[in-house]
Design a protein around this ligand. Structure first.
Ligand code: GDD
Ligand code: MG
Length: 382
C-alpha cells in the first residue's frame, strides 16, 4: 500500500498527533526493494511488513443484535493473518441471536481454515474472572459486565492481553462494505509500522460517509464528529496558544492501539470512549497518533437522530471534565450543550464514569480463573 506521509505533526505534551494521511494506492505492487524517491511525500508499505503486524493484531468486532449478514460481511473483510474476536451483547432469550452468531463464525472458520473467538459480554465466567483479577470497574450490581460498546471493548482488551497480542483494533459490526473493513485493518497496521513509540494509536477518518435519502449524497463529516473535533481542537489550541484543526477523528469508532497503550488508558463508558482515549493521560509516556483517511466510503446502519444526541453529551462531557480542560473550553462546551438543549443554563454536564487502566488487573489470577472458559470461546478448525 502507499500512503501520504504526514506533513505536519502537532505535539501536545509528549503526544504526537499526526495530520490526516491519505491512501494513495490500495495496492502498490510487487516488492522491488526500490523505494528511491518515495521518502519525501509518500511511503510505501510492503506486504510482508503488514502481514507480520497482522499476525500480532486482534481485531475486535463489538456487536449487539446486528443483522447476521452484516456481521458475516465484516468478518469476511478481516485479513487472514489477524485474530478475530466477536464481543457480543446480543439477545439470548426467545431467539438466541448469540447462538446464531457463533454458528455463523464456526461455519466461516471451517471454510476459511482460520481461528476466531467469540464471547458474550454477559457471560458470568468472564465477569467472575475480571473480579478475581481485581478489576471491577465494568461490573454491575448483578455481578455481570455492564451493557455498552465501551464495556465490550474493555473486556476485549483483557482478552487480547490473555492471547498475548501486541495490537488491538476495533471494527463495528454494522458495516455494509467488507472492502472497507479490509481497508481499516490495513490502515491500522500501516500506522503501527510508522510508529516510533511503543505506545501508538491509529484512528480512521472516512473519505465519505454517504447518506441515502432521495439519491445518494457523499457526505464527508458526521454531525457528532464535527462538534467533538471542534472542542478537542479548541482544548489543544487553548493549551498551546496556537489555533489548530489537527484532530479530525475525535469520534472514530474505528481505531486501533498497541496493547501497551491500551493497557494504560482510562476508559469512559458508552459513546464517550473514543474522545476519552484521545485525551487520556498516556502523554506521560510519549504516544504516536495516526489519522488515516480511507478510500472506501463508510456505510453503516442508520440508527436515527435521537441516537446522535445520545452520543454528543458523553463525548463533550468527557472533554469538559478532563483534568487538562481550560475554563474557556469548558464555557464553550457548556454553551454548546445548552444550545443543543442537552443541559440547562449554567449547568455542568454530568461527569463521565471512568474505568481504570486495564493494566491494573492481576493478569495471572484472571488467566487462572478464565482457563476453563477458554475452550468455549475459541472457534477453531484444525
Ligand atoms: N459488545 C457490545 N455491547 N457491542 C455493542 C453494544 C453493547 O452493549 N452496543 C452497541 N454495540 C455495537 C453495535 O452492534 C455496533 O457494531 C457498534 O457497537 C457501534 O454501535 P452503533 O450503534 O452502530 O453506533 P454508531 O454507528 O451510532 O456509532 C459509531 O460511530 C461513532 C462515530 O461516528 C460507534 O463506533 C461509536 O463508538 C462512534 O463514536
Ligand atoms: Mg453504527
Amino acid at each position: 500500500m502507499r500512503f501520504e506521509k504526514a506533513r505536519y505533526t502537532e505535539r501536545f505534551g509528549s503526544v504526537r498527533i499526526n495530520e490526516v494521511q491519505k491512501i494513495l494506492e490500495l495496492d502498490s505492487g510487487r516488492a522491488n526493494g526500490n523505494n528511491a524517491g518515495e521518502t519525501i511525500a509518500a511511503q510505501r508499505i510492503e506486504e510482508d511488513v503488514m502481514r507480520d503486524l497482522e499476525e500480532k493484531t486482534l481485531i475486535v468486532i463489538p456487536t449487539k443484535n446486528e443483522k447476521l449478514k452484516l456481521l458475516e460481511g465484516v468478518v469476511s473483510g478481516i485479513p487472514h493473518d489477524c485474530s478475530i474476536l466477536i464481543v457480543s451483547n446480543s439477545q439470548r432469550k426467545d431467539v438466541d441471536r448469540f447462538r446464531m452468531e457463533r454458528d455463523m463464525l464456526e461455519q466461516y472458520c471451517h471454510f476459511t481454515r482460520r481461528k476466531a473467538h467469540i464471547i458474550h459480554q454477559k457471560e458470568p465466567l468472564l465477569a467472575k474472572a475480571l473480579e478475581e483479577g481485581g478489576y471491577k470497574d465494568i461490573i454491575d450490581d448483578e455481578g455481570l459486565i455492564r451493557n455498552g460498546k465501551a464495556e465490550g471493548m474493555i473486556a476485549s482488551i483483557f482478552m487480547a492481553m490473555l492471547l498475548g497480542k501486541s495490537y488491538i483494533g476495533f471494527i463495528d459490526a454494522d458495516n455494509y462494505f467488507p472492502g472497507a473493513v479490509w481497508e481499516y485493518v490495513k490502515c491500522y497496521v500501516a500506522g503501527f509500522s510508522m510508529a516510533k513509540s511503543p505506545f501508538s494509536m491509529v484512528r480512521i477518518q472516512w473519505r465519505y460517509k454517504p447518506k441515502i435519502s432521495e439519491g445518494i449524497y457523499f457526505r464527508k463529516w458526521g454531525r457528532v464528529s464535527e462538534i467533538t473535533n471542534k472542542y478537542m481542537n479548541l482544548l489543544i489550541s487553548n493549551r498551546s496558544g496556537f489555533e489548530t484543526d489537527i484532530i479530525k477523528t475525535g469520534n472514530a469508532g474505528e481505531h486501533a492501539m498497541s496493547i501497551e497503550l491500551a493497557e494504560l488508558l482510562c476508559y469512559a463508558s458508552r459513546f464517550a470512549v473514543e474522545p476519552q482515549e484521545l485525551i487520556s493521560d498516556g502523554d506521560k509516556h510519549g504516544v504516536d497518533i495516526f489519522q488515516m483517511e480511507t478510500r472506501n466510503p463508510h456505510l453503516h446502519e442508520d440508527k436515527g437522530e435521537e441516537h446522535l444526541q445520545d452520543m454528543l453529551m458523553p463525548g463533550l462531557s468527557t472533554i469538559y471534565h478532563s483534568a487538562i480542560c481550560d475554563e474557556i473550553t469548558k464555557a464553550k462546551i457548556a454553551l454548546e450543550l445548552f444550545q443543543q438543549k442537552l443541559i440547562g443554563e449554567n449547568e455542568e454536564p454530568p461527569k463521565p464514569q471512568l474505568a481504570a487502566p486495564p493494566k491494573q488487573i492481576n493478569l495471572a489470577k484472571f488467566r487462572e480463573s478464565i482457563a476453563d472458559y477458554i475452550p468455549m470461546f475459541s472457534v477453531l478448525e484444525e
